[in-house]
Every structure is written in structure tokens, then in C-alpha cells.
Design a protein around this ligand. Structure first.
Ligand code: ZN
Length: 397
């Protein structure tokens, strides 16, 4: 049998509690699908999720449309002919309406101001709205549209729902993402937007509270805008205020001057880093010159320097190994351990590596000419070990 549910959400988004008669109730999935004489539950569509709520205190877990009927899934059945009380999660409904009606206001303005179509709309987690525009709008254009949108909110314009007959519809200019057939629902925001839409909306734009464009990125031929409206926009602003407050304390700057203060700090830091890099390069040149001028001996050659990079260690060990008939070791501290690079022109470092690891409780390895490793030891012990290293007969290459 074909049932018809009166859809209260189509004409009045503010209804969040209602009484209705059970027209049918049938087993479905792991629960029951109930059709009511009327409902405020929006089943979802047009980029917006279905409502949440209860029937006589029993949670509605799914909503589907079947012809002109709305099916409410619950895990308990309801007797046909009985009266049930439906209750929506009213706050969630309000937040979604703020987001969706806000999207209509902004999209309508982007259309009337710049001729940009809304080619994609999604209402996501936390009522975050994404709008895809058909045109690549400038920041100045977006700023203007955002201002006009908030002006329309402040003017508290009426949001009207209508179902024009086919003749009237033919003459009506309205936004729509697809070709529509049958009964078309038109949402008109006076002076701002006319759009075909199936979702519940606020009664007046003042309920939207505010509309903020948070970000924009290039998307196909246009932009993808991330927008927050109403309570979600307020919560976002609140979080950002807290962030600015924390930055203000860190930078010892007034909240409205944190960007300037951060810019100055970054410039100072960049300058310091540049100077430090120059100092490091000069020090490196000095070390390399000293290594090149060093006398050649048959004793092990050991070099310690603080804060050496692996690249420095390789280069120094290479240079130092030319000055010894034994091995050359370059040492530094790295994350609380002693890092070492040992090289030799005469000895096979691969054969020596296990003895080094054992003596210093370290781990490392590499090629015949150079090994890398790190050890749980002290600078003194590591230096003493390498200085007193005596090669064995079969260490030779
Ligand atoms: Zn819509």
C-alpha cells in the first residue's frame, strides 16, 4: 500500500517535536520501519544528512524515502493506529539549518554579484560547509560577498518556501544544480537568493547568526570555499581568540599586533640562523685547513668537535685518514651518545668494526674504508680507545 507522510520540515524548519499516527510498521533489517501520518524528520539529501532524534524515546537510527512516505528505522515496533511523539535533536537541526541557509545566502550573492554558480555543496562534520564555485573569484570579491552575506543576516530577511505550479516555475529564475522534474520546492531568501532545495531552512536570515569564509583553494575552474555559519562560526572564532591570546602572551604583544610581532621575531631568527650558518661554514673551513696541514704519522689520528653533522664527520675522517698509517676517528656527541666515523687508507675498517663496537658498547658498520657508529660511552673513553688502537696483522687491506 502506498502511504503518504506529511513532511513538516518542508514548510517549517522550526518544528522539532510532533505527534503523529502510525500508518504502518514492518520488520526491516535488524529493526522496524515505521511510516507516520506526518514527520519533522528530514531524511537527508541535497548535501545535508538526515535528522537525529527519537520516536516515543526510541532512537531513530535511519531514515529513508519510499515514494511519498518517510520510513523511520527503530529497534522497537509501534502499533499501527497508535500515536507517537517524535523529537528531533533540535540543536543539531538548528546548526545544520544555520549552515545550509547560510550557504544559500552566500551562494546567492556569489551568483548575483559575480555570476558564479555553486557547482558543489557539502555539509560536513561540525557543520563545516564546502562550496565549489564555477569562477575563480578574487579575495576582494570574496570579502565583499562575505560582507553582503552578513548584512543580509543582520537585515533578518524572510526565508520563504513555495511549490510553484509548472507554469509559474517556467517563468521563475532560480538556482538549481540539476534538471528538476515533478514538484519543485523553491527556497526564496528575499532580495538575496532563489534556489530549488529539499532541505529544512531557518525562517529568517537572522537565525543564521553569521557567515564566515575560512579558506579558499583553487578547485577545477573555480574555488572550493570552506565556510562556517552560526554557532559553528562562533565556536571557531572562540578557539581562534584563545590561540591569539596564547600567542599574545608568548610574544608579549597586544592581540591585534601578534602577526607583526611574529614577523619581526621570524626576521630576527632568520638573521641569527644566517649568521650561525656563516660561522659554521668558517669553522669548517678552518678545521679542514688544519687537517690538511697536519703532519702524517703512523699513530691513530683522533678529532673531537661538538655538534658535527654526519656530512662533516665523513669529510673530516676522509681528510684525517690521509695523515695516518693507522686509523682516523672523528667523534662528536649525538643525542646523548658518542657518534663516531672511523676511516683508514691502510686498514680494512670492516674487520675492525666489531672490535670497536665491543670495546665501546656501540653499534655501527660501513665499508672497508669507512665506518659509522654510535656508542653508549663517554668522550674520554672513546678518545682513549681510538688513540691507543693497535692494528692486528690481518687488519691490513
Ligand atoms: Zn539547499
Amino acid at each position: 500500500m502506498n502511504f503518504t507522510t506529511k513532511k513538516r520540515y518542508e514548510t517549517d524548519g522550526s518544528v522539532t517535536e510532533f505527534f503523529a499516527t502510525v500508518l504502518s510498521c514492518e520488520r526491516a533489517g535488524d529493526g522496524y520501519d515505521t511510516i507516520l501520518s506526518e514527520t519533522a524528520f528530514f531524511p537527508g539529501g541535497g548535501g545535508q544528512e538526515g535528522d537525529e532524534g527519537t520516536l516515543d524515546g526510541v532512537p531513530v537510527t535511519a531514515l529513508t524515502e519510499r515514494g511519498e512516505a518517510i520510513l523511520h528505522r527503530t529497534d522497537r515496533p509501534f502499533p499501527v493506529g497508535s500515536t507517537v511523539c517524535g523529537k528531533l535533536n533540535a540543536l543539531l537541526r538548528l546548526r545544520r539549518m544555520q549552515a545550509h541557509s547560510g550557504e544559500h545566502v552566500l551562494s546567492g550573492l556569489l551568483h548575483s554579484l559575480y555570476g558564479s554558480e555553486n557547482v558543489g555543496f557539502h555539509l560536513g562534520e561540525g557543520e563545516t560547509v564546502t562550496i565549489d564555485t564555477s569562477k575563480r573569484l578574487t579575495d576582494a570579491e570574496l570579502t565583499r560577498a562575505e560582507y553582503e552575506a552578513n548584512l543580509a543576516v543582520a537585515e533578518n530577511r524572510p526565508v520563504k518556501i513555495s511549490f510553484p505550479d509548472p507554469e509559474t516555475l517556467k517563468t521563475l529564475v532560480y538556482r538549481s544544480k540539476k534538471e528538476l522534474t515533478g514538484r519543485v520546492r523553491i527556497v526564496t531568501i528575499e532580495g538575496v537568493d532563489v534556489c530549488a532545495c529539499c532541505a529544512p531552512h531557518v525562517a529568517r536570515t537572522g537565525e543564521i547568526g553569521q557567515i564566515r569564509i575560512l579558506s579558499r583553494m583553487a578547485w577545477k575552474g573555480g574555488l572550493r570555499l570552506t565556510v562556517l555559519c552560526g554557532l559553528a562560526a562562533y565556536e571557531d572564532a572562540k578557539r581562534k581568540t584563545e590561540t591569539v591570546k596564547a600567542l599574545s602572551a608568548l610574544l608579549s604583544a597586544k592581540p591585534e599586533e601578534v602577526a607583526d610581532a611574529a614577523k619581526k621575531m621570524k626576521e630576527r631568527l632568520d638573521e641569527e640562523l644566517k649568521k650561525a650558518a656563516l660561522r659554521a661554514a668558517a669553522k669548517r673551513e678552518e678545521t679542514l685547513r688544519a687537517l690538511r696541514e697536519r703532519e702524517r704519522t703512523e699513530e691513530p689520528a683522533v678529532l673531537w668537535e661538538d655538534g658535527l653533522s654526519r656530512k662533516d664527520m665523513t669529510e673530516y675522517a676522509n681528510e684525517l685518514s690521509k695523515k695516518t698509517g693507522s686509523l682516523a676517528a672523528v667523534l662528536t656527541e649525538e643525542n646523548g651518545r658518542i657518534a663516531y666515523t672511523a676511516a683508514s687508507a691502510a686498514l680494512d675498517m670492516k674487520k675492525i668494526a666489531p672490535r670497536i663496537n665491543e670495546a665501546l658498547s656501540g653499534s655501527g658498520g660501513g665499508s672497508s674504508s669507512m665506518i659509522f657508529g654510535s656508542a653508549e660511552t663517554t668522550r674520554e673513553k672513546a678518545e682513549a680507545f681510538f688513540r691507543s688502537f693497535i692494528p692486528q696483522e690481518n687488519d691490513k687491506r
